[in-house]
Design a binder for this molecule. Structure first.
Ligand SMILES: [Zn+2]
Length: 126
């Protein structure tokens, strides 16, 4: 079951929620710390990068990612390889992000085009 990573705007704490793909977007999610529904999902691309580390070892060489911010096509290719290596259903935004990267869009362009996929890198509260 996929884990969804959320951040609470009210108490600034982050939390993980297990949801099936059927539940995601349908089942109301509230902050387990303060009960607020004023929450947002954290960036999927970060979650993908932090994902199943064992199977991502082939991609764990940081030098592979060095400079990729300036090279969206290569980043898109790497993401696509990663998705294949995981062998799991990726979030709907994943393919869209990869498509846009491979089309040469910058991370900033993609984040503004896909508000749900972006997200500022807020520090963890714990
Ligand atoms: Zn909260």
């Amino acid at each position: 079951m996929p884990t969804y990573d959320y951040l609470c705007h009210d108490c600034r704490k982050r939390f993980d929620i297990f949801l099936t793909y059927q539940e995601y977007g349908v089942k109301p999610v509230t902050c387990p710390h303060c009960g607020s529904s004023h929450i947002r999902r954290r960036a999927p691309r970060v979650r993908v990068l932090k994902g199943d580390e064992a199977r991502l070892q082939a991609f764990s060489d940081p030098s592979k990612f060095a400079g990729l911010e300036d090279d969206p096509r290569t980043m898109g290719k790497l993401f696509r390889e990663m998705g294949g290596a995981l062998g799991e259903e990726m979030p709907p935004q994943f393919n869209e992000i990869v498509d846009r990267l491979e089309a040469g869009q910058s991370a900033e362009e993609i984040e503004s085009a896909l508000p749900d996929a972006g997200g500022e890198a807020l520090p963890d509260a714990d």
